[in-house]
Design a protein around this ligand. Sequence first.
Ligand SMILES: C[S@@+](CC[C@H](N)C(=O)[O-])C[C@H]1O[C@@H](n2cnc3c(N)ncnc32)[C@H](O)[C@@H]1O
Length: 283
Amino acid sequence: MTSTQSQIEVSYDVSNEFFRLWLDEKMHYTCAVFDAENDTLEKAQENKSRILYDLAGMTKDKTILDIGCGWGANLEYIAKRGAKAAHGVTLSPLQTEEIHARKLPNVKVWCKDYKDFTTDEPYDALVSIEMVDHVVSPAQAAKGLAVDLYRDYFNKCATLAKPGAQFAFQSILRNRVPRTRKDLEDLRFTADIIFPGGLNARIEELIMALNPNWELQELYMRREDYSKTTAEWLRRLKLNEAKIRETWGNEIFDDYDRYLSTCVRAFDNHWSGDVQMKLRRIG
Ligand SMILES: C[S@@+](CC[C@H](N)C(=O)[O-])C[C@H]1O[C@@H](n2cnc3c(N)ncnc32)[C@H](O)[C@@H]1O
């Protein structure tokens, strides 16, 4: 089972205006790529979408599905750069509303579980940015089910793509375990309170789960980029502290402050990482 609809609403439906205050202007909620030292968050998020568009082998005459499409930032990039159709699925009602409000050309979005999404016309390309972190719960991983559930995810994705299709895939990773009780408690808090039902994958689990449908063609590690991304989110959150406390309450500000501070330490200390993969549908 993936995170349930109500767990997803805890993570993404505080309020669109809340996330707009501290994400980049398009509202990417995933690791950006800082090509140059002085790239802004906005530029780095566009770099990420450009890299994924290319890893997906996209061109203007192709169709693409974005699995776990957030507030539509990556769909917006695809629509601007060119696609015959750019479709998305998310489990969040507020994200779906935001994408409808953007009125993007050739873009459609469905608020539904990717497992229930079917199509008569498989896509030329797929992209999925840090959605897989919702596919396995901590309880399922403890029972040894992780690789089987990641394989179910990759197999489902394969049913949505044409043979030979490219899949631009991005995931947060679980690497090393911190040593102190406080660090362990902070990571536990992030998982339980901010992303209930979610768990970051280990890279070896993802790679094992690609068989039998996907060939791994390229792989890029983005841990340092995620440290910079989360540090910038934290900086912007703090800039808006007074407004957030006044509008959404002290608990929301304190929880997001603790979560983002933990993320910066997690990426700096190798507890967590991030990966982008270019995959090709076998068949
Ligand atoms: C961390 S956000 C990333 C959003 C977006 N890809 C981005 O780059 O900003 C994870 C996304 O996965 C979606 N998601 C989680 N579980 C899902 C499921 N079972 N089916 C469809 N979408 C799901 C969430 O609604 C959310 O939009």
